[in-house]
Design a protein around this ligand. Structure first.
Ligand code: PMP
Length: 426
């Protein structure tokens, strides 16, 4: 244990888990690479999830942060705040939600918490629907909608939550069904559930489950859900914390894979929009956003420095068509990873969209999840200079690949080669 690790252990909570047997202290980054305190360079295939949406140390964003910090770092809520208004205008337009209002928070958890506050107030009900295997945060309300005990420190909640099937294809009662049959079964399940409940406020769901191992339902599932939800007046909240801003390649928002449904009533965002700065937020139809009688609910949400970063980052990712890059380079990367995994018995599935690729590991003989193998691949990739992530069901048996959206073809090839080595050493 190096001394910083020992000091971390001594002073921070035991549950502040670190990756790797020998945790890494990252000291700086550039583009798609980061360096540790020993001067080792790593190709970062997880920075996208850990907030670096675009690139490490992107000069346009760094400059915007420095300039705004040099002018004023100030309360975001009591006075007019130009960068906040400008970013809100752009996000409102991009959201696809009619008559959209935007509220900024400092994290995805707080964004979902606010969406739940709004939905429960608007509907006068604290009963909500969430998907099994979901992750929406670890605050008091969001643990209550996180359908994945491995990522939820308690099961206590101020909400009454009902969990739906439909986000996971490899497990559960609908495993193995065709897209059409799967959708029919999941919708019938929802119909049945709502037929037996009292007033329900909302369904909160990730279009592609992030922490859950990058698993997605068949396209159109949420459109089919929407018809049922509408009949019961239940709101649809799309958690775009991982899927927003073009990461899934084909779409700017994850909900657009279900586009027949039109936009959700609310969407939540965070992580990558700030390219590392702490921005989260909720977009909602004005009628829903304005159902609260509050003068504000966040001191730091919308701070001018984070908003300046968000504006610069959003401008960069739109101007450079990073969504298109996610589609092209992500498409190539998933092909390379599928080829790398071919014949590796422990790989049950390689799945994903754009630059959001999951590799699920399971014992081929028993079908049981293989979390130890996932850890072994993570360690081996690190030894060879590649950082990736872990996730997945109750068992953390999926590897997660989510590089910054500016990933180049050469970097995709390099990372896939390291992954191949790591998978074949299993
Ligand atoms: N929603 C989703 C889909 C997430 O992946 C996360 C973070 N992993 C959150 C919400 C919570 O975001 P934060 O960590 O910024 O609070």
């Amino acid at each position: 244990m190096n001394s910083l690790h020992a000091r971390h252990r001594a002073v921070l909570p035991d549950w502040l888990a670190l990756y790797y047997d020998r945790p890494i202290e990252i000291t700086h980054g550039e583009g798609r690479h980061v360096w540790d305190a020993d001067g080792r360079r790593y190709l970062d295939f997880f920075g996208g999830i850990l907030t670096t949406m675009t690139a490490h140390a992107l000069p346009e964003v760094t400059k915007a942060i420095a300039e705004q910090a040099g002018r004023i770092v100030h309360s975001s809520t009591l006075y007019l705040n130009r960068p906040m208004v400008e970013l809100a205008e752009r996000i409102a337009t991009l959201s696809g939600i009619p008559d959209a209002r935007v509220f900024f928070t400092t994290s995805g958890t707080e964004a979902n918490d606010t969406a739940l506050l709004l939905a429960t107030a608007y509907r006068g009900s604290n009963q909500v629907l969430a998907m099994r295997n979901s992750y929406h945060g670890r605050s008091f309300s969001t643990v209550g909608v996180t359908g994945n005990s491995a990522w939820s420190p308690t099961g206590l909640s101020p909400l009454q939550t009902l969990y739906l099937h439909g986000a996971v294809r490899t497990r559960g009662p609908f495993a193995g069904l065709t897209d059409e049959r799967f959708t029919e079964a999941a919708v019938a399940d929802l119909e049945d559930l709502l037929g037996h409940t009292h007033r329900t406020a909302a369904l909160l769901a990730e279009p592609v489950q992030g922490v859950g191992g990058f698993t997605s339902p068949p396209d159109g599932l949420y459109a089919a859900f929407r018809k049922v939800l509408d009949r019961h007046g239940v709101l649809w909240i799309s958690d775009e914390v991982q899927t927003g801003w073009g990461r899934t390649g084909d779409h700017f928002w994850g909900w657009q894979a279900h586009a027949q449904a039109g936009p959700p009533d609310m969407l939540t965002f965070a992580k990558g929009i700030g390219n590392g700065m702490s921005i989260g937020g909720v977009v909602a139809r004005a009628e829903i956003m304005n159902c609260l009688d509050a003068n504000s609910i966040s001191t730091f949400g919308g701070s001018p420095v984070t908003m300046a970063a968000g504006l610069a980052n959003l401008t960069y990712l739109l101007d450079h068509d990073l969504q298109g890059n996610a589609r092209r380079v992500g498409g190539l990367l998933i092909e390379r990873i599928r080829a790398a995994a071919a014949g590796v018995g422990l790989v049950r599935e390689v799945r994903g969209r754009g630059l959001m690729i999951g590799i699920e590991l399971a014992d081929p003989a028993t079908g049981r999840a293989a979390p130890e193998a996932a850890s072994a691949v993570l360690e081996s990739a690190r030894e060879h200079g590649l950082l990736i992530g872990k996730g997945g069901g109750h068992d953390t048996s999926a590897l997660r690949v989510a590089p910054p959206l500016s990933l180049t073809v050469a970097e995709a090839e390099e990372g896939a080669a390291i992954l191949e080595q790591a998978l074949r050493s299993l």
